[in-house]
Design a protein around this ligand. Structure first.
Ligand SMILES: Nc1ncnc2c1ncn2[C@@H]1O[C@H](COP(=O)(O)OP(=O)(O)O)[C@@H](O)[C@H]1O
Ligand SMILES: [Mg+2]
Length: 285
């Protein structure tokens, strides 16, 4: 049985995938295990009903490969897909579990990932001063990387500074601001000629599907240890990702988790290889 892969269509040409996903779309199209379909995500995002580029006659098992959405939006997306005969493999609860890191964090051993403090819309100075020597700011899903927002905040900080940072961060995240503010203990990542050694694991049906470099590292860089990678199996979601980072002392940590449908492919795997593994994983289940 084939699996339908659903992508966002191109804003200008509804029969073509959005450019970011065009290589993946081509890889899925070329693989007999998959059927492909496009939707008008921009229209849906603007509040309209989800529309497909072609009708799907029979209920089909489906994976979304596209933009991230807030958990409540995913719930609507999931329901609308169902009405269009697309049965998304990942239900809204599973999406929220891995997409919103504080949920997954609850189930990760404290030694396997840097400590986080979870707030509402306001970082509390007393809490960060007590728990961190230096920290980074995220929401439940993303940081504000590639902006002027400070990537490293050293403690102690005043409540005034925390308030300023909170307001600025929420503003930068805009419509994508998810859940609340998360402060994460900074760790020292190992560098190989300026590049970190980060890997992304995709897990399908609770088992590792692929583990590939995700920081454009050199081919000789080591992979994360099997025991840590193995401990990240078995989360209650059919398709998720876990990011691993090598630390300066050669040990490894979990940096974040994500939903497999909305996490980018790792830098060191081609879409063709990835979709081949995905096909095998879906078939053997
Ligand atoms: N605890 C940490 N200490 C130091 N650097 C980190 C830490 N967590 C993540 N990073 C670095 O910052 C980058 C972005 O962090 P990440 O948590 O993945 O946020 P995003 O969701 O924005 O990708 C990572 O790819 C990694 O290079
Ligand atoms: Mg990341």
């Amino acid at each position: 049985m084939t699996t339908m892969i659903l992508y966002p269509s191109n804003y200008f040409e509804s029969n073509k995938p959005e450019t970011v996903f065009s290589k993946e779309y081509a890889a899925a199209l070329a693989n007999p295990a998959f059927d492909v379909c496009l939707c008008d995500y921009d229209g849906f995002d603007a509040g309209g009903k989800l529309k497909l580029n072609r009708p799907v006659g029979e209920p089909a098992k489906c994976l979304w490969r596209g933009w991230m959405m807030l958990p409540e939006r995913y719930r609507q997306f999931y329901e609308q897909c169902k009405r269009l005969n697309l049965d998304l493999l990942t239900d809204p609860q599973a999406y929220e579990l891995m997409h919103c890191f504080p949920n997954a964090y609850e189930r990760i051993d404290s030694g396997d990932t840097p400590h986080i403090e979870v707030f509402g819309d306001r970082i509390i100075a007393e809490a960060v001063n007590e728990r961190f020597d230096a920290f980074m700011v995220k929401d439940y899903v993303k940081s504000a990387k590639q902006t002027a927002f400070p990537q490293r905040i050293k403690t102690p900080v005043t409540q005034e500074e925390c308030d300023r940072l909170s307001v600025e961060f929420i503003k930068l995240r805009g419509d994508l601001y998810t859940g609340g503010i998360v402060c994460k203990q900074l760790v020292e990542l190992k560098k190989y000629a300026m590049r970190t050694n980060e890997w992304r694991g995709f897990y399908l049906f609770g088992k590792l599907l692929d583990l590939s470099g995700n920081s454009m590292q050199f081919p000789a860089c080591p992979a994360p240890p099997q025991d840590l990678v193995g401990r990240m199996e078995g989360f209650d979601s059919p398709f998720y990702t876990v990011d691993f980072g090598e630390l300066a002392d050669g040990s490894w940590t979990v940096l974040e988790t994500g939903d497999g449908q909305v996490s980018g492919l790792a830098t060191e795997i081609t879409p063709g290889e990835f979709y081949m593994k995905l096909a095998n994983g879906l078939m053997s289940n």
